[in-house]
Ligand binder design. Structure first.
Ligand code: SF4
Length: 237
């Protein structure tokens, strides 16, 4: 739970607030941009929710915050936020962050999990195991593409040549207004991640759906332009 004693001074007065444990992951600003904004590497409440819709979006941000840094002074039913997930992106696609609860997800949805052998798939008892650098077709619309870099066995999922689930490999930068990667969250090899990014240039996609960072949607041609920029930028880092 967020701690009122740690309430950031930049929050506007009122019910919702962000405390100083915020890690600036951007999730709340994507979910409820009418309430949360960025202020010196953290999020703060710049506008208190004024109606039911805004309150629901703010509660969605509250329950999605990975560090429980969002709080309220008044009591709210958190289920208003919880029950609003999964949130539809486009077509029939929804999107969630972290997979730390993958066992619970698999049990709840009766689904198979996919992971690269280099990220410990065998140890975790994963059903679909990726190996090497070659993409794996998971069904007629879905492929898993190994993209080592963030971790040794990192992979992205491409659905219908339209939706690219990127984990921590690739995201949109709202400040640079192009696609980006996170050098500070690169745990295996930046050079390998740059090569992996180049590999993605041969695929079409219109949506980037990251684990952390900003979602982006554009046509495939513009996405390729942004990805080319990202590769060039990575080579200078
Ligand atoms: S979701 Fe939480 S951690 Fe992420 S930016 Fe918002 S307040 Fe900070």
């Amino acid at each position: 739970m967020a701690n009122i004693a740690l309430r950031l001074p930049a929050n506007v007065p009122g019910d919702f607030f962000v405390d100083s444990t915020c890690i600036d992951c951007d999730a709340c600003r994507q979910i409820a941009p009418e309430t949360f904004s960025e202020e010196r590497d953290v999020s703060v409440v710049y506008h208190q929710p004024e109606n039911e819709t805004e309150t629901k979006r703010a509660l969605m941000a509250l329950v999605a915050c990975p560090t429980a840094s969002i709080g309220t002074v008044e009591h709210h039913d958190a289920h208003l936020g919880i029950d609003a997930f999964p949130s539809r992106i486009a077509d029939h696609i929804s999107h969630r962050d972290d997979v730390a609860d993958h066992e619970r997800f698999a049990k709840r949805f009766g689904c198979e999990r996919v992971m690269h052998v280099d990220d410990g798939a065998h140890r975790l008892g994963i059903e679909q195991v990726l190996r090497g650098d070659e993409p794996m077709k998971l069904d007629k619309d879905l492929i898993a593409i190994p993209v080592p870099g963030h971790t040794r066995g990192h992979a992205v999922l491409l659905y219908r040549n339209k939706f690219l689930f990127t984990g921590d490999h690739l995201a949109w930068s709202p400040t640079r207004r192009t696609l980006t990667a996170f050098r500070s969250a690169c745990w295996y090899s930046w050079e390998a991640q740059t090569r992996s990014m180049e590999k993605l240039l041969s695929y079409d996609f219109e949506w980037v759906l990251p684990g952390h960072g900003r979602i982006h949607h554009d046509n495939a041609e513009n996405m390729r332009i942004h990805l080319t920029r990202c590769v060039e930028w990575m080579k200078t880092r």
